[in-house]
Design a protein around this ligand. Structure first.
Ligand code: BGC
Length: 911
């Protein structure tokens, strides 16, 4: 039935289409099973893991009416019905995040599961292929390993050589399976018989170390040898005791590195042997002379110890380790995606700068490091320095990195081609300055290794404007670079901290580009762990600013991030888990505000880095912080009420709904003038009032008109971190979408596209990081990779492509498809891989004809709005929409709307 329209631009979305190709014609099947968002996870400690699946069908309008899950200890038991848990047939349309409800899982237990569903006609699918999850160490007393540390290390304020630890052990029986559970104070790399275990980086990750330290679980069945084996580990300072924060802090969490390892080997006879860290391990230092996240790594290859992690190595000169007294109760299993080397980039050119520096251009501002390939003599020193930009004259520019030394130094051993890459540091850079090469530099000398949390890519947006496409690329690169286990402000200077404000404004955009549910689940637990007893939320999470916090719009990450995660994934659990933290933050504001419901007088960051408006004596120069604080107080309280309702806390829901109303009224009384204007006549103030629903209906048109007037007056945005994410939305939702498009399409400073015209490949911290004359902003605060202003990404997906969440059916169980045309765009396409499957919204305009193609996943429905359409003109899959009796379509002021079930559909109509 599908008609291909002449000239229709079909874009490749292969990346997002995986897993949909192989099904039998006419069939509906279940696939892509995940547990806690991961495929076949091992080492999890969630007591009631949640199971999700996707349904694929070549029919239209398919929904699930019931499901059945069965769980067994072996895949073969599933068929035999020798089950640990059988859900029975459950009449439910839920196919995302269903709680396992069988007997409590034991530690280190693998359970296999499969599912079948009944469609809307009551027809059952075949059972899915089995999937599994495996638990880690669920009870802290099951940790029998000790924390071990290198003895007699002198206290120092700068990075010391990394530690190497090893232990040999012999086994006598045949191995059936082997798991190793590992963690560290500091960062670790684990080796078994000379080979690195797993491909995860920056383990054990960064958490609120005093309360939670992650351990990783690896399946090492294939790595254990018969007879003699060696476990080895390298420990680096990392976040634990390296430089952290902009206050020159060292040893923030502790000054001693430590390792804990528990290797459990199950033999074919069913017996289990456990090898642990204890005082029989030996330790030394080696070639990594220093290693620091901000400063880089120094590696002397002449000090390598070949075979140190393999059997037979002579460790007689190594010292014995000491047992370190440190809690094991803090050990938790990871929930986020691990950090990995996700992609590699080759440099595009070598530049000799006016100052004579040899600089590689990677062509992309990236985060990670470079792999160096060199030849030379023993003792030759090659150094690599990293920068985001070249200055106006084309010289290497590092002033904006502040005190971070960002230098990797490699001392050659002189043995032919040598390959080096660092382990426990990362850099944010596009340019690499190399010194000390004995040969002429060549592009083969370095390869960029892009490192970030390995989140599943879920979103894709393109349109007919190449500059907007570059903006979208920059947003995605900003996310890659700043989602390195923690959502950081920036990846390059001596900061790289989990700034809460930046994270919350970017969270809706983040959830389009990648699946961030696991990432935020972890980070939110750290937020709750680091929250102060009075509810105050630290500015950065994990907190390394000694509890400094409580700023409006920053601390509200406590509410906004879980709420956005719930909306994007239908994840109720994050709301349940975070509830007390959310409530504590709202109660904190309630205490600060007192009886008049206005939050006045506290210290806040305000509309950080807003365009400076200079008009003397005018209140317009900045948005009043008290106004922002009270707006966020109302908004977060509303979210708390919503949350309470979702998780069944009725009384709280009523209480906080009422409180939110009172704060809104107080906001209006205090900040809205009798003429219907706001006390702060700024785009940020207007956007907050509109987007947060703070105004009575009668005031909305006036405030919206004032916002529009202000935009017209300036012809550009004037917003900072607080206003920017809301500005275009406030304009679009209140009848001024032409202005939203004008702001988006603007190429001069200040605008989103100005950096693009300057060659940016990531989002800048400031609207004028590089000024029109080529000079830079204040180096004390000038990152070229800060995702906050990338929050416009949400508007690209929501409005231009028109994919919108329905808060009443979160996680895209029901959603809206309503593209907004404007800005001279002639086509746009977004693909979003939801928990149910792929959503596509793709339109183009040709000869005044609108062609719109959509895809709606099985077990969801969408309300589609065709902008500026007349019902009688619309062709639906080639036939007149009006004549199709099964479809209810209605004309409204936006165009034509209709409700559709799963399938792929094409609309054509004249504009
Ligand atoms: C960070 C910001 C952060 C801000 C707080 C800066 O140093 O880089 O992104 O939100 O401080 O105002």
């Amino acid at each position: 039935m599908k008609r291909l329209i002449h000239g229709f631009k079909l874009l490749t979305t292969a990346l997002l289409m995986s897993g949909i190709g192989n099904f039998v014609a006419g069939a509906t099947r279940v696939g892509e099973l995940v547990c806690e968002y991961h495929t076949d996870p091992i080492g999890i400690d969630v007591e009631k893991p949640r199971l999700s699946w996707k349904i694929f069908s070549d029919r239209e309008n398919v929904t699930q009416s019931a499901f059945q899950i069965r769980v067994a200890e072996l895949p073969s038991n599933l068929k035999k019905n020798a089950l640990v848990w059988n859900s029975g047939k459950v009449n439910s349309g839920q196919s995302v995040n269903i709680e396992y409800n069988g007997p409590k899982p034991k530690s280190m237990q693998r359970l296999y599961w499969q599912v079948r569903v009944w469609d809307h006609r009551g027809k059952a699918t075949p059972w899915s292929e089995p999937a599994f999850w495996e638990t880690g160490i669920l009870h802290s007393e099951q940790w029998i390993a000790s924390w071990i540390t290198m003895p007699n290390e002198k206290k120092a304020e700068e990075s010391k050589p990394c530690h190497y630890l090893r232990r040999e052990f012999a086994i006598a029986k045949k191995v059936r399976s082997a798991r190793v559970y590992v963690s560290a104070l500091g960062l670790y790399e684990l080796y078994l018989n000379g080979i690195k275990v797993g491909d995860e980086l920056f383990t054990p990750g960064w958490t609120s170390y005093k309360n939670r330290i992650q351990y990783q679980t690896y399946d090492v069945t294939e790595m254990v040898r018969s007879k003699v084996n060696v476990l080895g580990a390298i420990l680096g300072d990392g976040w634990y005791r390296g430089n952290i924060g902009f206050n020159k802090q060292h040893n923030y969490y502790g000054d001693q590195l430590a390792l804990i390892v528990q290797l459990c080997i199950t033999y074919t006879d069913g017996t289990v042997e456990t090898i642990v860290t204890d005082d029989s391990w030996k330790a030394t230092t080696g070639p990594i002379l220093s290693s620091d996240i901000y400063n880089g790594e120094t590696y002397d290859a002449r000090l390598e110890m070949p075979g140190w992690a393999s059997p037979g190595f002579n460790d007689s000169l190594w010292s014995r380790v000491e047992i370190k007294d440190h809690s094991r109760n803090v050990l938790v299993a990871p929930q986020s995606d691990p950090v990995r080397a996700v992609m590699e980039i080759n440099p595009v050119k070598i530049i000799i700068t006016p100052k004579g520096e040899t600089v590689f251009d990677m062509g992309q501002n990236m985060v990670g490091w470079v792999r160096l390939k060199v030849k030379g003599n023993a003792g030759d020193v090659v150094s690599l320095k990293f920068a985001e930009v070249l200055d106006r004259d084309g010289n290497f520019y590092t002033e904006n990195l502040r005190e971070a030394k960002v230098t990797d130094t490699y001392v050659l051993k002189g043995e032919g081609e040598e390959v080096y890459e660092p382990r426990f540091t990362f850099h944010g850079f596009r340019f690499v300055k190399i010194e000390g090469l004995s040969d002429t530099p060549s592009l083969e000398n370095i390869t960029g290794v892009v490192v970030h949390s390995d989140m599943q890519p879920t979103g894709h947006f393109t349109c007919s404007n190449p500059l907007i496409n570059q903006l979208q690329q920059n947003i995605q690169w900003g996310q890659r670079g700043n989602f390195l286990d923690v959502p950081t402000d920036c990846p390059q200077r001596n900061e790289r901290l989990g700034w809460t404000g930046d994270a919350q404004v970017f969270s809706p955009t983040a959830a389009f580009n990648f699946n961030v549910a696991p990432f935020y689940t972890k980070w939110m637990k750290d937020l709750a762990a680091d929250q102060l007893p009075n509810g105050k939320v630290p500015h950065v999470i994990p907190d390394v600013l000694r509890g400094e916090g409580g700023s409006t719009a920053w601390a509200d990450a406590a509410l906004i991030v879980p709420w956005n995660t719930y909306l994007a994934y239908g994840d109720k659990r994050i709301l349940e888990v975070q509830y007390s933290s959310m409530k504590a933050w709202v109660d904190y504001m309630k205490n600060r505000a007192g009886d008049n419901y206005l939050w006045i007088g506290d210290n806040h960051f305000g509309d950080w880095l807003a365009f400076p408006i200079k008009r003397s004596g005018s209140q317009e120069s900045t948005t009043e912080k008290d106004l922002i604080a009270t707006a966020y107080y109302a908004y977060s309280t509303q979210l708390l009420a919503n949350t309470a309702r979702v998780i069944g806390k009725k009384e709280d829901a009523e209480e906080y709904e009422l409180l939110s109303e009172k704060v809104k009224n107080a906001f209006v009384n205090e900040f809205v003038t009798t003429e219907g204007d706001l006390i702060s006549q700024t785009q940020t103030a207007y956007s907050l009032a509109l987007a947060f629903n703070l105004l009575p209906d009668k005031s909305i048109p006036q405030v919206a008109a004032n916002l529009a007037d202000d935009v017209r007056k300036f012809q550009h945005l004037t917003t900072g971190f607080v206003g920017t994410p809301l500005l275009c939305k406030a304009l679009s939702d209140n009848g001024y979408e032409d202005l939203a498009f004008m702001l988006l399409m603007r190429k001069e400073y200040p605008s989103w596209l100005y950096p693009v015209t300057k060659g940016a490949t990531t989002i800048w911290e400031r609207w004028d990081g590089q000024k029109p004359d080529g000079t830079f902003q204040d180096p004390g605060m000038n990152s070229f990779n800060h995702y906050a202003y990338g929050a416009i990404g949400e508007w690209l997906y929501n409005y231009i492509a028109g994919i919108q969440i329905d808060p009443k059916a979160p996680g895209y169980k029901h959603f809206f498809l309503a593209p907004h045309l404007g800005g001279g765009l002639t086509y746009a396409e977004a693909v979003y891989k939801s928990m149910y499957g792929e959503i596509r919204s793709q339109w183009n305009i040709e000869d005044n004809q609108m062609n719109y193609e959509v895809k709606i996943p099985v077990n969801t429905t969408a309300t589609v709005t065709l902008p500026s359409a007349l019902l009688e003109d619309v062709l639906f899959n080639g036939s007149s929409l009006k004549s199709i009796v099964e479809i209810e379509a209605w004309q409204n002021e936006k165009g034509v709307s209709l409700k559709l079930g799963s399938g792929e559909y094409i609309f054509n109509y004249p504009l």
